[in-house]
Design a binder for this molecule. Structure first.
Ligand SMILES: [Fe+2]
Length: 253
């Protein structure tokens, strides 16, 4: 398995090319408009990989996604959660679905919270083990932080519900993984989708986060939500506009 991170340092956004070096099949996860489709195609090619899937882990609110354009340029259809209300054709992904890239398999795990349609991608490389090796957590579990619950709907009742979903997604679906499983989130550093404690380091492990992530110190949903709200940064004013564009509801950027 090969993982090529493609980072936007200025905005704290992470995207990834993940592929199987034997078959050459690859997927791009959370491609960024700020990077541009050509970079992904050229980088995949330079690594002996061909893009077969373009996946967004959720409808981003802090940056424009390049998934639509990259898909068009590679004659693919973007893949997103079945729960996404996008106004363009996409390949719907649901809990338990798998994407095969040679020896590498991506399994879809629904992890709502940051947004209702958030998914995480659990990855196994059968040439090494039948056990999962890493997980792309989108905006659920970050390095040092967790994804904020207030960017879709800022009304208090909705935010509380989203925070509670985030707790369930992280504690019931992600943290039970083995400690050695690596996490590759969609953000790092100063990203607007995280809070004050989002690390500038873009990769970690389940075990390290279980031990040192301050939001995981409690197994009580109410404490988790309270702590999360207390440490929120101001929401970006363009969040709704960016979400609408990423959903195909507007053409203005
Ligand atoms: Fe996000």
């Amino acid at each position: 398995m090969k993982i090529v991170p493609v980072l936007d340092e200025e905005n704290g956004c992470s995207s990834y090319i993940i592929g199987d070096e034997v078959s050459g099949k690859a997927a791009v996860i959370d491609p960024l408009k700020s990077v541009g489709y050509n970079h992904y195609i050229l980088t995949a090619s330079a690594n002996g990989l061909t893009i077969r899937h373009v996946i967004d882990t959720h409808v981003h609110a802090d940056h424009y996604s390049e998934a639509k354009k990259l898909s068009r340029e590679t004659s693919l259809i973007p893949s997103m959660s079945v729960n996404t209300s996008a106004e363009f054709a996409f390949n719907p992904l649901a809990e338990g679905d798998t994407i095969e890239l040679g020896f590498t398999t991506i399994r879809i795990i629904e992890t709502p919270g940051h947004t209702p349609e958030s998914i995480s991608l659990l990855v196994t490389d059968s040439s090494r083990s039948s056990e999962p090796w890493c997980i792309f957590t989108g905006d659920s579990l970050f390095v040092g932080d967790v994804g904020r619950p207030d960017l879709v709907d800022s009304q208090q009742e909705q935010v509380n519900q989203a925070a509670s979903q985030q707790f369930d997604s992280i504690f019931r679906k992600i943290l039970p993984l083995q400690d050695y499983v690596e996490i590759f989130p969609a953000h790092f550093g100063g990203s607007a989708c995280g809070g004050l404690f989002l690390s500038p380091k873009f990769v970690s492990t389940i075990g390290f986060e279980k031990r040192y992530n301050r939001f995981l110190k409690t197994d009580n949903a109410a404490d988790f939500s309270r702590n999360l709200m207390k440490n929120l940064k101001p929401a970006p004013v363009t969040a709704q506009q960016i979400r609408n564009w990423n959903l195909g509801k507007s053409i203005d950027t």
